[in-house]
Design a protein around this ligand. Sequence first.
Ligand code: HQG
Length: 198
Amino acid sequence: MSRNVKTRVSKYISYLLRHNPEDLKMDNEGFVQLDELLSKVKTRYPMADRKLLMSIVHESDKKRFQIVGGKMRALYGHTIDLNMNLREDEQVMVLYHGTTPQAVRDIMKTGLKPMRRRWAHLSPTKEIALEVGKRRTRTPTILEIDVLKARSNGIKFYKATEKVYLCQHVPAKYIRMCARTRETGQSLSPLNHLNSQD
Ligand code: HQG
């Protein structure tokens, strides 16, 4: 199967599991029956089979999906309101968010918000944040979140995957912006080189 078809099937599954399950029965943790999902996918992509679904789940770099006992769900990215039973993360001390320079102006005023999704999405490294930001602009701005301080003031963070953390709202006082460089539009400098916006 071509990479292109695999990507299109993956995007369709993301659409169903994150935004609109249509006639699929979804439980309140976001799971649907794998067999029902496969039948649904086959109506649009008749060549899809269980092996393809498995490779989308297990071989994709981002680990967007999870399979548990014959059921499958998206691990992040939802717009539909679910109770995912996420366990609060108590380990991580710093997280990052890559976005456009335009969005940064608002984020530094009103904080990081979920916007159209259920959660705001954060990255464990600056490199991952850069990749996330590059979906929207060639010159992303990387924001650094002081999770330790935010958590000590009652803000909860959740680990969805090795590459994605979630939060309901990060107030601007916990967010710092990295200085720009001419080459990338953004340096990957450590915390003590950042411009505090607090
Ligand atoms: C911005 C992809 C104005 C925020 C990625 C972002 C990620 C604000 C956009 C995952 C704001 C929302 C999620 C505020 C946040 N004012 N703009 N107060 N607060 N924003 O797509 O983090 O490939 O919902 O900066 O890799 O870009 O689909 O979030 O630019 O992991 O698996 O509002 O989606 O994963 O955009 O991306 P998104 P995101 P997949």
